[in-house]
Design a protein around this ligand. Structure first.
Ligand SMILES: [Zn+2]
Ligand SMILES: [Zn+2]
Length: 239
């Protein structure tokens, strides 16, 4: 009896519901302790691009040709059930899911000490969300990277700047050589006020880093404008 009363009280005090197993989380967060522990947290990974690695500290790609950005911090390996949570946030407008992901990632970034990562010795000057073409954003109603950037910007007191615009919708990449593909991607973005990033440590905010082609293109644009340091913060990294 007492036990059930206590249980009832704990539900009342902490009304969170786990987004994964749907049981009461018994804490303010919308994920229970067990489900949080079982998430595919990114363990050993490339210190440059966050690719999951069994051994070593740089992946084969980065050893062969280092990416333009300086480092990537990712929280999870892209896989079950993070993929489902991200998809609910990204494609189905599930704001509670988005808030949960942003909140969990915030803990990772603050533990990583984002100003003292492997390469970085400087504090972050601004967060730049990876832009979405306005037409797609109009259909979807929001850009998930903007929501993440706003959450982290607020949490860490870092300004969010919409410095890069997507000027072309998804460019056709089929049948193009690698260099033509790079040019094509480069032509899809614009940096209207390059002076704003000169000499700064900028962080590109993305949801999932897959091949890194887009992140690298944006990093190249920022580097050309004189950005001193370029980091990527993302939720998940594909293995
Ligand atoms: Zn749960
Ligand atoms: Zn790498």
């Amino acid at each position: 009896m007492v036990n059930s009363k206590l249980k009832h009280l704990s539900y009342k005090l902490f009304p969170g519901q786990c987004q994964l197993c749907l049981s009461p989380s018994r804490r303010p967060s919308d994920i229970c302790i067990d489900c949080e522990r079982d998430l595919p947290w990114l363990q050993a990974c490339c210190r440059r691009c966050a690719l999951p690695l069994a051994t070593g500290d740089l992946c084969g790609h980065c050893l062969k040709q280092a990416p333009v950005f300086d480092q990537c911090i990712a929280c999870w390996e892209y896989g079950f059930p993070i993929d489902a949570l991200i998809s609910r946030f990204k494609y189905h407008g599930d704001k509670a899911c988005g808030a949960l992901l942003a909140e969990l990632a915030q803990t990772v970034f603050s533990q990583t000490g984002f100003s003292q990562t492997a390469f970085s010795k400087t504090t972050v000057d601004m967060l730049i969300p990876v832009p979405m073409h306005w037409r797609r954003q109009l259909t979807r109603g929001y850009n998930q990277t903007e929501i993440l950037a706003n959450h982290w910007g607020y949490a860490f007191n870092i300004p969010v700047r919409h410095a890069i615009k997507r000027t072309k919708a998804t460019p056709t990449q089929q049948g193009l050589s690698a260099s033509a593909r790079r040019r094509n991607l480069l032509g899809a973005f614009a940096l209207p006020a390059p002076d704003a990033v000169r000499g700064k440590h900028v962080v590109l905010v993305d949801d999932v880093l897959t091949t890194g082609a887009t992140a690298n293109t944006l990093a190249a644009i920022l580097r050309r404008a004189g950005a001193a340091e370029i980091s990527i913060w993302c939720l998940a990294r594909t293995p």
